[in-house]
Design a protein around this ligand. Sequence first.
Ligand code: ZN
Length: 325
Amino acid sequence: MSKDGLLVGVDIGGTTIKLAIIDDTSEIVEKWEIRTDKFEQGLHIPKQIWETIEQKLSELNIEKERVLGIGVGAPGFVVPRNGVIAEAVNVGWRDFPLSAELGVLSGLPVFIDNDANLAALGEVWKGAGAQQDNIIAITLGTGVGAGLIANGHIVNGINGTAGEIGHVTVEEDGASCNCGRKGCLETISSATGISRMAAESAAQHPESGLGKRYAENGLVSSKDVFELAGEGDEKAQRIVDKATSVLAKVLASAAILTNPSRIIIGGGVSKAGDKLMDPIRKAFKQTALARTTYECEIVPAQLGNDAGVYGAAYLVKQHLEENEK
Ligand code: ZN
């Protein structure tokens, strides 16, 4: 890869598209975001992305020739080997040929992957997984996103569902999940799941701390649950225990498949810090094969919202370096 070459990382979300121009040494030259144009099932997004990149390059007086490629993360099921977004409900895409469209517009190599996978890859390049070849990175937000990195590379599987641990079934006949099934990990250990369990507990015990919080605000957020648990509220603690122990069990199973040296936890729920991490670490130790735990640290993510653009840029770097071999 040429030394003054630049990489563009793009992270498409249902509301905004984050972009960054990043150099070969993983330093951000510029980052910005735009609103996602979802008009006509996201048909115009490739054009929108290329136009904003062109405009930014011109503002910064960067010649297009310096840009080596564009990496793009999208939510949903992505099939990197043919450059197609199989399904991204938040954006409106179904069997959308993103690589081809953006490639034609830009004249540059385009590589795509799922956003959670790229967040994991970003942490490997620049964050909590730096210098690590085998990691599992999970994002606890409205859902439970996950990315698997094995031997330094994203594991995609045949049609883009590898590592989707948010949809491991953890409760027979449990709450309904976005995927159409019931009792997935996501229905318990995501912010949404924690908040749902809190609302159920509040309804049963209106006099409890959770019940009072619910009466005040009409909902109990996952932040509230961790806060109340920290204050010694027993019912809130029970929810934290459930969310963390179920998650740790799934992580223990996932860890035995890839033997990671780090499990990285990010997303909104991870803001609870040690109140979240400590019970996960404890339950993981109790559940996982002892040898798997010896060299597996459970650590917070470091890159926050930038993980996706770093990972997308690094995906380009990985591909180009492999082509040079
Ligand atoms: Zn599911």
